[in-house]
Design a protein around this ligand. Sequence first.
Ligand SMILES: [Zn+2]
Length: 206
Amino acid sequence: MSSDFSNLAVMKTLIIVDVQNDFLEGGALAVPDGNAIIPVVNQIQKDYDLVIATQDWHPFHHKSFAREHNGKREFETIELNGLPQVLWPAHCVQGTFGAEFHPDLEMNKVEAIFRKGMDREIDSYSGFYDNGKLKDTGLLGYLKGRNVKEISVCGLAADYCVFYTAMDALASGFQTEIILEAVRPINRNNWTALQNEFRSLGGRLS
Ligand SMILES: [Zn+2]
């Protein structure tokens, strides 16, 4: 049997961020037009040597949920353990339908799934670290172990988990791209500003 190590040198990698029922039509925190990305995400997977996914995976009483804070409303920003925290509708609770990947998302090529948001005291937008960078999910070590150099990011929501995942990839030295056709934001205005920030730091938007 001959070996072909050519892929090891390239390892073009796709990170699919949080394509879960709660972020899609009918979900607890549905991203506008989010379902439109699913066929795109399925179609582009063939262009990558390595495909991985992240999964928001909160305990029932996660403190990013507005219901955990008396008198606070959804989408209000508070301070939580020293960090600004948007209060979300309860979403992606471990073991629920909302936390599952959308049934139309192609998962056969996904080699690894990195779960995040499991510590109830701190939110985790990036697939690499929680929002305080206190804990590492293991994603960075995994990518380095696979000799990854280039990363493309797609998924939901563009202005939160996609953006922070892409920013951490960039800061970790990967050539990083966000695939615009395969992301959707919660807030369009925020997303425009964040795209500029990402580009100014060397990120590519395609
Ligand atoms: Zn979450």
